[in-house]
Write a protein that binds this ligand. Structure first.
Ligand code: 5AD
Length: 364
């Protein structure tokens, strides 16, 4: 039998707000040490792998911070061929990946929806049902989410970007609705997906209080996984003009502190050390693991496409989820953790909530 849930240390909103504001380096170290300890108790030394395939950079949305927003004319738009996606899935499966994340800009056309349904079904079949399929394809109709789930998708990642409706409005055109995003998260959960969310950290106008609310929001909606990262200005976007002069080191620090706070608040969820951390510092991802993250998401997109999937400036292009696996393995081992292959990497939180729901103790 699994042990009881790790005791959750209460962290008040005020305490979180303070931790996310300016604190001396010694306190930052204590925060990271505590998060690491919580991670050891719940996740052990295991670091899970999820390969990312960036299916397409076409996007119907126009978010003020994002490099692939619809009105950026400098992006060479692409859609990967289906066979290219399947080839990436096969290659990663052979190397021990058991979880693959299909990501793209938001596309809602029937063709785009059909394509994802086909891809999901094919990857599931070709891997004998042994690959977890994670989708991160934005806001969609409930019927679309239902079809993709029926085709075999297991998890869905939809960042709320910020839990503050006010801040959300300042970052998006008027027809991008915070409420709609919340509804999508709710629908995904109802459909039986493992649900992931997260936010941008260090946005112009975002306060430590906003970030504290973000962390508490993720706990409140009971996410299974968290994918969040520092905001990095992209020069061809409207928000870059307001981004101010925040150093990469400061942006990184905020991201790491947020990981640590979330780990302490939610001991059993999966937390990804995201690409944006690695953009701010060559060791950013490892620092993320040392601050409490337990998932890494190497990039499996073919290099020619990857260049055009520029959400923010300086996104690393050279890393290869297949060829770079050995060195990733070593870097993770150097931090005292162990990269695990051949495992789905579902969060303890999810496994527990399923167990409870099967035993009819708690509805997921
Ligand atoms: N900096 C960091 N992350 C960004 N994203 C979009 N633009 C940026 C940026 N400038 C993130 C958003 C989105 C995810 C796909 O990429 O959080 O949900």
């Amino acid at each position: 039998m699994k042990p009881d849930p790790a005791p959750e240390r209460p962290l008040s909103r005020e305490a979180i707000r303070e931790l996310l504001g300016p604190i001396p380096p010694e306190r930052v170290e204590l925060l990271f040490a505590e998060a690491r300890q919580v991670k050891r108790q719940t996740c052990g030394r295991k670091i899970f792998l999820r390969g990312i395939v960036e299916l397409s950079n076409c996007c119907e949305k126009d978010c003020f911070y994002c490099g692939i927003r619809r009105s950026n004319p400098d992006v060479a738009r692409y859609r990967m061929e289906e066979e290219e996606v399947i080839a990436a899935a096969r290659a990663s499966f052979r190397r021990g990946y058991r979880s693959i994340l299909l990501q793209s800009g938001e596309e809602k056309t029937p063709q785009a929806v059909d394509r994802v349904e086909r891809l999901t079904g094919r990857i599931k079949t070709e891997t004998d049902g042994r690959m977890r399929i994670v989708l991160s394809l934005g806001e969609q109709e409930p019927e679309t989410y239902r079809r993709w789930r029926a085709a075999g998708a297991d998890l869905y990642l939809l960042r709320i970007e910020t839990s503050s409706p006010r801040l959300y409005r300042s970052l998006h055109p008027r027809n991008h609705l915070h409420q709609r995003r919340l509804e999508c998260l709710h629908t995904l959960r109802e459909l039986g997906y493992q649900v992931g969310s997260g936010m941008l950290i260090g946005l112009p106008g975002q306060t430590p209080g906003d970030l504290a609310d973000d962390a508490l929001f993720l706990k409140e909606i009971d996410v299974d996984m968290i994918g969040m990262g520092p905001y990095i200005p992209h020069p061809r976007t409207p928000l870059a003009r307001q981004a101010g002069k925040v150093s990469p080191a400061e942006r990184l620090l905020r991201g790491l502190k947020m990981i640590a706070v979330c780990r302490i608040l939610m001991p059993e969820v999966n937390i990804a050390a995201t690409t944006a951390l690695g953009t701010l510092d060559p060791a950013g991802r490892e620092l993320g693991l040392a601050a409490g993250a337990n998932v890494v998401m190497p990039n499996l997109t073919p290099p020619d496409y990857r260049r055009e999937y520029n959400l923010y400036q300086g996104k690393p292009l050279e890393e290869d989820g297949i060829l770079g696996l050995e060195s990733l393995h070593r870097r993770i081992a150097a931090g005292g953790d162990e990269l695990v292959l051949d495992e789905w990497g579902d969060s303890l939180h999810f496994r527990r909530r399923i167990r409870y729901s099967n035993g009819k103790l708690k509805r997921p």
